[in-house]
Design a protein around this ligand. Sequence first.
Ligand code: P1T
Length: 389
Amino acid sequence: MKYHLETLAIHAGQDPEAMTGAVTVPIFQTSTYAQEGLGQPRLGYEYSRTNNPTRQAYEQCLAALEGARHGIAFASGMAATNNCMYLLQSGDEVLVSDDVYGGTFRFFTKVMSKFGVKAHFVNTSDLAEVEKNLTSKTKLVWVESPTNPLLKLTDVRAVCKLAKAKGALVIVDNTFMSPAFQRPLELGADMVMHSATKYLGGHSDLVGGILATNSDELNEVMRFHQNAVGAIPGPFDCWLALRGLKTLAVRMQAHAKNAQAIADYLEAHPAVRQVIYPGLASHPQHALARTQMHGFGGMISFEIKGGIEEAKTLVESTKLFLLAESLGGVESLIEVPATMTHASIPRERRLEMGIADGLIRLSVGIENSQDLIGDLEQALKKAVSKTLV
Ligand code: P1T
C-alpha cells in the first residue's frame, strides 16, 4: 500500500525497536559496534561515521517524504551542499540560481572557485537565461526555489528538461518548502538538498543537512563521500531531526496559514512598500506556485517605507518575532538579510539583485496569527512614527 506523507512521517524507517518494542527509534549514541568475529560486524554496523541506526532511520524517513529511494544525512546544510561537489572536477561549470542563501553564494565564489569549478549565477526564473548559459561544460544546475530571501521561483520541471538535454544534473535546495510543500524529484530533479536546521528539524535546536535521490548511482557517490569525507551528524541530532519530521506536515500547514494572514495584513499596511510572498496574487509567479507547490510556505520578505533606519527600529521593536538568523522553527524570527544572512554577498551585487539594505525577512512561526500581527503592528508604529506618520 502506498502511504501519504503524513503517515510516512510517523512510520517510514521507524519500525518498533527489535529488543524492547520501543515505539520511538532509540538514540544509538555509540561510535563503534562490537563484532561477532573477525570481519563479522552485526547487521553491517562497524563504525558510526559509516553507519548508525538512528541516522539510518532519519535518512529513510526523509527519503520517503521526498519520494526518494535514498537519503544521505550531513552535519549541516552546507556540508550537504559540499558533498554534492564531489560529483564535479576541476574545469566543470555550475549554473546557480542568482538569489541563493548568502552562505551558498560564499561557498561557490570563495571555496569552489579555488578548485577550478566555475559558478555562473543566473536568474533561473527566466528559462531563456538558463538555456543561454547552459554549455557543454555545465555539469550541474543548482536551483533554490523559492530563493532566499527574495522568494523567486524556478519552474523546476522546465529547467530539468533544459539541463537534461545538455547532460547536466539538477539539484534543488528544497529548504524553504520542505517535502510537505514541494517534491522536486517528482518534477524531474536528480537530487534534493535540505538545510535540516530549518523546517525538517523545525524547533531551532539542531544544525543539519540532508540529500535525497532516486538514483542508485548518485547515492553511491554521495554515500562514499559521506563516509570518506566524514561531515556526518551525530546520533542525537539525527534523533531530533527525525522527531521533527513526525510533525512536519502539521507544522507546515500552520506556518503557511499564519504567513498568508501576515502577508495579507502587511500588503494592506500604509507603511509597507512591498511584500513578497508566493501566496499573494501580487507575487509575479503566483500561478507557478499554485502548480508546482502544495503550499506557499512560512517565509515573507518585505520593505517598509523609509529605509535602513526604519527597518532597524522595526526589527529591534518586535517582541514575539525574535531578531535572529535562521528560519523554519516553531518560533517566529525577523532579520535584515543585507546585514545578517546575506552579508557575505557584496553590497553592489545585493542591490543589483533587489536585496535592499532595508529589506526585512520574516520566518513566520506557529504562534497565534493575531498575536503575531499585533506584534508587527506595534513595531511598525514605532518604526515609522518619526518619519512617516
Ligand atoms: O545553515 P545550514 O544548515 O548549513 O544550511 C545552509 C542553508 C542552505 N540553504 C538554504 C536555503 C538556507 O537558508 C541555508 C541556511 N540559511 C540561513 C541560516 C538563513 O537564515 O537564511
